[in-house]
Design a protein around this ligand. Structure first.
Ligand code: BMA
Length: 803
């Protein structure tokens, strides 16, 4: 028998007496964190707005004490545990004045036996947090400094590295009870852990359940395991606490990623002495094929025996204040990913082991997930207490996440192998440890031991053997950052990668989000708060470099916003189109990054207020099942047609050659027959290749339009945009039809400028004269107002690059 009771009520938080802001027993949210509590109490400004973050540096340098009281009614229990799903980070937990435990790892769950300390009636629970800076700096002083790409001591504490700020995130390192806390009472036995290892053997679904119990008394205990109506029972003699139970499910339906068909989830139920553990699992196989070939070493992910071309995005915590992320928010974000054709999410190592909700939703939506272990862009000490902490957190999260079919790979770290090779670490490190023992020894052992079903890769990027440079493009995974940092985005084509685990390009967030994040007057690209919300090294200069290379001169902030967003979308579009054109040599591209954790200029496709940047629409185009792209080949030009669907693609692709006026000066039709999941490369006849100032574009029938320009927009003789518009009411919004009378380049309708809640269905549409496009705008406010509707058809809402 068991009973659970959450302890989320009645908390207060108190600060240090000497802290710059007096904080005495203000109400505290649990789960939550101190910055959110200070904000709710009106003691600090909103850290997401203007430069308020700057005034919060003291929070992470102070201790915080959380307290609550709760009533307890004595019961006939053999065990009573106080359970924390997450404590951030260095905590001393006391019940009724007695210390029950001390913690120093945000990434673990903790359980304390409190049976002898609980009192009938009121009980006092206290969690005292030591300042994360004080702890981390003390560890650093004790163990010797280690290189870190960021100036904070995040590598000396088991706390999300990005809490200390990142090149897209604020430094809000604080403290708090960030995941649920509860009392768990049990009699006779408690199911301590169940790790299901799911496999398929000749069409039979095999679930090997590693069950561990906590027990009291000397009775035998029956453990009953049930999957899909199949039940297996074992009897454990007194004192035996573990069992391995195999349940075989004949002919189960498979779990498939959303672009490979349907999926079914099956319930698993384990019961023992009245305690129950329930979860859902899915039957699928996963392999990572990295067998060396003539070219090097692939990185092919096979799900249910088929290689899946990875249309991926990198994921960061969806809020800088982590506990603000509720399941509905996660679901919205992941649905936005699916709607863009994304089939894979990489949970990046500077954040967290994602939540149950995150993985449950990925299971349901059919998203594949790769989870990094939590090490990013720094050298990490391997001395105690860190070695034991890392082992404990890995065991805990490997077991916790094991049931989820969406989770397909574990990766040792983000960029630390690369850092050791290339970022001048070796001289600074001398003989000091830096994490190699985790990535090459401890973690692979634990993945094999605890999980036993999923592939492990020591790092992102990694080339398969330690002797090779970890970012060796013919081997394994690579991160491509020279483009954003130093070179134009056409240089993506200088690479010939097997698998791209990161590449990306920045842009500011949407207008409505800019307006929420800064109150600068005048508002300029380099006004103070805009710059505060640009965290990347020389970020503004890199944006400007991209503008200078491609687009007409920027006249005002509206131009800057639109053009930088267009450039971001074009850069990533070019990268993905090129990487897909290398299929099957290249087997995936994971864009940096899907989401943001606050309003900021960043590489994200969806901004911190959940709005879609133009990049999101470009991703939907380039991740489509059927894609056509023009790719240069020496002096020639190829049309590459990628068919990532289960059916052959038979049909005719028409493309036109146009002059700068958009007049069609040549037409071609290509008969195509492309096998399922295959690619065709068609070399264009010299006569079909556009000359200086001309361009190519495909018809737009049943796949996203492909284009090829011979000059940059800034050098093209574009006519000034001419068009007419019509607005029609539809259920819940309006439709805006734009009739092109001239070329219109990358036409966008920024409906969020008219109604921050508006959602538009397309962006970045290129038209030639005589063509038209209809944008559907979902917005009650716009539907109800003729004035707002008028605003939709003019600058700065409706934009073309040549307007
Ligand atoms: C890579 C990532 C992140 C970073 C991004 C952009 O290094 O792993 O650490 O935010 O590039 O610079």
């Amino acid at each position: 028998m068991s009973a659970k009771r959450t302890l989320h009520e009645g908390w207060t938080v108190t600060g240090d007496p000497e802290a710059p802001v007096a904080v005495d027993a203000i109400p505290a949210a649990v789960p939550g964190e101190v910055v959110a509590d200070l904000l709710a109490a009106g003691l600090v400004g909103d850290p997401y707005v203007d430069e308020a973050e700057r005034d919060l540096a003291w929070v992470g340098r102070n201790d915080w004490t959380y307290r609550t009281a709760f009533d307890y009614e004595t019961g006939d229990w053999d065990g009573i545990d106080l359970v924390f799903d997450g404590l951030d980070t260095v905590a001393r937990v006391s019940l009724n004045g007695t210390v029950v435990g001390e913690t120093a790892n945000m990434h673990r769950r903790y359980r304390f036996d409190v049976r002898s300390l609980l009192r009938e009636g009121p009980n006092e629970l206290e969690v005292h947090f030591t300042a994360p800076y004080a702890y981390a700096e003390a560890q650093r002083d004790r163990l010797g400094n280690r290189p870190n790409a960021y100036p904070e001591p995040g590598n000396f504490i088991r706390k999300a590295a990005c809490n200390f700020g990142w090149d897209w995130g604020p430094n809000l390192a604080g403290a708090g009870i960030w995941r649920p806390v509860r009392l768990e009472c049990w009699k006779t036995a408690r199911i301590a852990e169940v790790v299901p290892r799911v496999s398929l053997e000749d069409g039979i679904g095999v679930v090997d359940l590693a069950v561990s119990l906590a027990t009291a008394g000397d009775a035998d205990i029956e453990v009953v395991c049930e999957v899909a109506g199949v039940t297996e029972t074992v009897r454990l003699a007194a004192g035996v606490a573990t069992a391995n139970v195999r349940v075989a499910v004949p002919d189960p339906e498979l779990w498939r990623p959303h672009d490979r068909g349907e999926r079914k989830l099956y319930g698993v139920k384990v019961t023992a002495a009245g305690d129950t553990w329930e979860h859902r699992i899915g039957f699928r196989t996963v392999e990572l094929d990295t067998e060396p070939d003539d070219d090097g070493r692939p990185y092919d992910l096979k799900v249910n025996g088929e290689t899946v071309w990875i249309k991926g995005v990198n994921w960061i915590p969806d809020e800088a204040l982590f506990s603000r992320v509720d399941p509905a928010r996660v679901e919205r974000r992941l649905r936005q990913a699916v709607a863009a054709g994304i089939n894979y999410i990489r949970v990046w190592g500077g954040g967290v082991y994602e939540s149950e909700d995150f993985y449950r939703i990925c299971d349901e939506l059919g998203l594949l997930v790769g989870q990094d272990f939590l090490f990013a862009c720094a050298a990490y000490p391997e001395e105690e207490p860190f070695w034991s902490e890392v082992e404990a957190e890995a065991r805990d999260n490997l077991a916790r996440l094991a049931p989820h079919p969406s989770l397909v790979t574990w990766t040792g770290n983000n960029e630390n192998l690369w850092g050791w090779h290339d970022w001048d670490w070796q001289g600074d490190l001398g003989e000091r440890t830096w994490g190699a023992g985790y990535y090459h020894d401890l973690l692979p052992k634990l993945v094999a031991e605890v999980d036993g079903t999923r592939p492990y890769w020591p790092g992102s990027p990694y080339s398969g053997v330690r002797e090779l440079h970890p970012n060796e493009q013919a081997h394994g995974s690579v991160h491509i950052w020279d483009v954003w940092n130093d070179r134009d985005y056409a240089h993506y084509r200088d690479w010939k990668p097997r698998f791209v685990a990161e590449f990306g390009y920045q842009a500011p967030p949407t207008w409505a989000t800019v307006r929420r994040m800064v109150s600068d007057e005048p508002l300029e690209a380099a006004s103070p708060a805009m710059l505060w919300h640009q965290k990347a090294a020389n970020g503004q200069d890199k944006l400007q470099r991209g503008l200078d290379a491609h687009l007409p001169p920027v006249r005002d902030f509206d131009d800057w916003l639109y053009f930088t967003q267009v450039n971001q979308a074009r850069a990533v579009r070019l990268g993905v189109e090129y990487f897909r054109s290398l299929q099957p040599y290249c087997s995936g591209a994971i864009v940096w990054q899907l989401n943001d954790c606050w309003p900021v200029t960043s590489w994200a496709a969806i901004d911190g207020e959940e709005r879609l940047k133009p990049l999101w629409y470009a991703l939907r185009d380039v991740f489509a099942e059927r894609m056509v792209t023009f790719q240069p080949d020496g002096d020639g030009l190829n049309m590459v047609v990628v068919n990532d669907s289960a059916e052959a693609w038979t049909g005719v692709i028409g493309f036109w050659k146009c002059n700068a006026e958009g007049r069609i000066i040549g037409r071609a039709l290509v008969q195509m027959e492309i096998d399922p999941r295959d690619t065709a490369v068609l070399e264009l006849e010299p006569g079909a290749i556009p000359k200086d100032g001309e361009f190519l574009l495909t018809g737009r029938e049943d796949f996203p339009r492909a284009t090829w320009f011979t000059k940059e927009d800034k050098d093209m003789d574009w006519p000034t945009a001419r068009f007419t518009t019509e607005v029609a009411a539809v259920e819940g919004g309006v439709q805006v039809t734009v009739h092109a009378e001239s070329v219109l380049r990358d036409l966008c309708l920024f409906a969020d400028r008219v109604d921050p809640d508006a959602l538009v269905d397309k962006a970045l549409v290129t038209l030639v004269p005589g063509e038209q496009v209809t944008f559907t705008v979902r917005s009650e406010a716009i539907a109800a107002s003729a004035e707002l509707q008028r605003a939709l058809t003019a600058k700065p809402v409706l934009r073309a690059v040549n307007d």
